[in-house]
Design a protein around this ligand. Structure first.
Ligand SMILES: Cc1cc2nc3c(=O)[nH]c(=O)nc-3n(C[C@H](O)[C@H](O)[C@H](O)COP(=O)(O)OP(=O)(O)OC[C@H]3O[C@@H](n4cnc5c(N)ncnc54)[C@H](O)[C@@H]3O)c2cc1C
Length: 535
């Protein structure tokens, strides 16, 4: 490739989800030339790909939305408390139109490699089509949950019927009427899609390895006064979000679950369950995330609920998770447990009868073969690191990100990694990311990155890169916080446990969105302490 074939930009952004879209807007406003590469054919990221039946967000719409533009906040009309995928995609498209973003986004194009050139002090970024762009700043806005995963079982290609993955759902939808359907996976995507598929399919068999904790979403249309009230107090509400633990303001608990009488504790759980809000239950008491005994009270209470809803008590037993509540991503659902009372729905407990293979006709477990017309894989993602290590990123002296992270991701603040100058990650491992309302975390990271770039330009500097010392200290700090919680007790995707061979490291920062923001603000105020800046 000759030099004339290589485009130049100030920044290359990978991904046009909520992260990449806002970043493009910010960098453009600062006068930078930024190019976004996006594998999909439109904006929206998660909400572009995950079109499975029942797909919804489980943070309320008025809170799961950008705060950077007051006009946008005031003018966009959300319809539901927990909007469906089409509604969130409509929002993403509205944002793209309003800020004229598409003209700088190259769709249908996957970035495959990026190499740092220490002489030119820029990145050479390559796409699947061999195009190349040089840019001083390279930003991976590739999403924590965008690298989808199939189960590691033999015979995946053998099945003669239709195969779907929830994260690559056909845009035209799927009609399961009259079909025998098998679904593998009971995480968020499974929990949301199972009730909807069950209503349509002739017969649905659910293959469950690990049950999920799930609460009824109690979704409904937003009332006009709720929208008006929120729009009137958005500035205060956004500030509360930024200072909160998970990007969703809730009263801070003051009591241990172990210091209240059983009846009172049950009443607190009941109120949280009725509210249709995950954070209400997660923050019912001070110690659910840190004390096994406290957590057991929530666990037993939810088990009781599942046994009340599900008529067949043996099925209810199988649906009760044993790991501590909240240590794997809990779900919000609409009629999930009720669905197991339908005559056309069957649960297969893979802990008792493991998957053996996919066959021409269906799925074989250690017990028997099940025949299907269609198989749905709700098997999730290579979370947090997958979309970063999928790209062959080479930093100083050819250092490979994939290799450097072989024993687990190492970042400073979840934003940068030592040895990779001017590489930024939005909601990377080591930041609150998936433990939070992600739009809040995305905006905070985008603002940090844009401000850091602004600082370099103002000071006549060209590179920024975490120091090894600051990174080591941050990784220790993230691990230290996780070690005081119950998170490491579950085999979760937070721990990389759903990907065979992936190191078991608790990846997100569990210290809370507000605390984390304070730390980032301090770092910036001290001239980007912990980063090496150079001319
Ligand atoms: C089913 C589901 C439900 C969720 N529900 C919630 C929720 O209730 N609350 C919440 O806070 N968060 C939720 N999330 C997390 C959600 O991912 C974030 O809220 C947010 O949408 C992430 O935005 P993003 O732009 O960072 O990443 P994404 O939306 O994942 O966008 C990343 C984009 O990068 C593109 N990309 C990746 N690699 C490449 C490459 N090499 N080249 C080119 N393009 C690439 C992808 O195609 C994708 O479009 C959910 C995620 C899923 C999957």
């Amino acid at each position: 490739m000759s030099d004339s074939d290589i485009q130049t930009a100030d920044a290359v952004i990978v991904g046009a989800g909520f992260s990449g879209m806002y970043l493009l807007h910010r960098l453009r406003e600062m006068g930078l030339k930024a190019i976004v590469f996006e594998a999909g054919t439109d904006v929206g990221g998660t909400w572009y790909w995950n079109r499975y039946p029942g797909a919804r967000v489980d943070v309320e719409s008025l809170a799961y939305s950008y705060s950077f533009s007051s006009d946008l906040e005031q003018q966009f009309e959300w319809k539901e408390r927990y909007p469906t995928q089409p509604e969130i995609l409509r929002y993403a498209r509205h944002v793209a139109d309003r800020f004229d973003l598409r003209k700088d986004i190259v769709f249908r194009t996957r970035v495959t490699a990026a190499t740092w050139n220490d002489d030119a002090r820029d990145w050479l970024i390559r796409t699947e089509y061999g195009e190349a762009v040089t840019a001083r700043y390279f930003i991976m806005a590739t999403g924590c949950l965008s690298s989808s995963k199939m189960p590691e079982i033999p015979g995946l290609a053998a099945f003669k019927g239709a195969t779907y993955h929830t994260a690559h759902w056909p845009h035209e939808g799927v009609d399961f009427t009259g079909q025998r359907v098998g679904i593998i996976g009971t995480g968020s995507s499974g929990v949301q899609s199972i009730p909807v598929i069950a209503e349509q399919a002739l017969d649905l068999t659910v293959f469950q390895r690990t049950p999920s904790y799930s609460l009824p979403a109690r979704n409904r249309k937003l009332r006009p006064h709720e929208v008006t009230d929120m729009k009137a107090r958005y500035p205060e509400f956004r500030q509360e979000q930024r200072e909160s633990g998970a990007g969703v303001p809730v009263p801070i608990p003051t009591r241990s679950a172990l210091e209240v009488a059983d009846a009172e504790r049950d009443a607190v759980y009941e109120a949280a369950w009725e509210s249709g809000s995950l954070v209400n239950l997660l923050s019912s008491f001070t110690d659910l995330a840190v004390s096994q005994d406290a957590n057991d009270t929530a666990k037993r209470w939810i088990h009781r609920k599942i046994h009340e809803i599900v008529e067949d008590q043996a099925v209810a037993d199988d649906l009760c998770p044993e790991y501590p509540f909240g240590t794997k991503r809990p779900c919000l659902d609409t009629n999930y447990f009720e669905t197991y009372n339908r005559a056309n729905v069957h649960l297969v407990n893979l802990q008792r009868t493991p998957l053996v293979e996919v066959t021409e006709k269906g799925i074989r477990t250690s017990e028997r073969e099940y025949e299907f017309d269609a198989i749905v894989y709700a098997t999730g993602f290579d979370a947090m690191t997958g979309s970063l290590t999928n790209v062959d990123i080479r930093g100083r002296d050819g250092l490979s990100l994939r290799e450097t992270w072989r024993a687990g991701p190492r970042t400073y603040l979840g934003i940068g990694s030592a040895g990779f100058p001017n590489l930024f990650m939005i909601t990377g491992p080591g930041s609150p990311s998936v433990l939070s309302n992600m739009v809040v975390s995305i905006e905070q990271h985008v603002d940090f990155v844009a401000d850091a770039i602004g600082h370099l330009r103002e000071q006549g500097l060209t590179t920024i890169e975490p120091t090894a010392e600051a990174q080591d200290a941050w990784v220790d700090h993230v691990n230290e916080i996780a070690s005081h919680t119950l998170y490491p007790k579950a085999n979760s995707w937070y721990m990389g446990a759903n990907v065979p061979g992936k190191p078991r490291v608790f990846m997100p920062y569990a210290g809370g969105v507000g605390e984390y923001r304070k730390k980032c603000d301090e770092v910036a105020a001290k001239g980007y302490e912990g980063f090496a800046l150079a001319v």
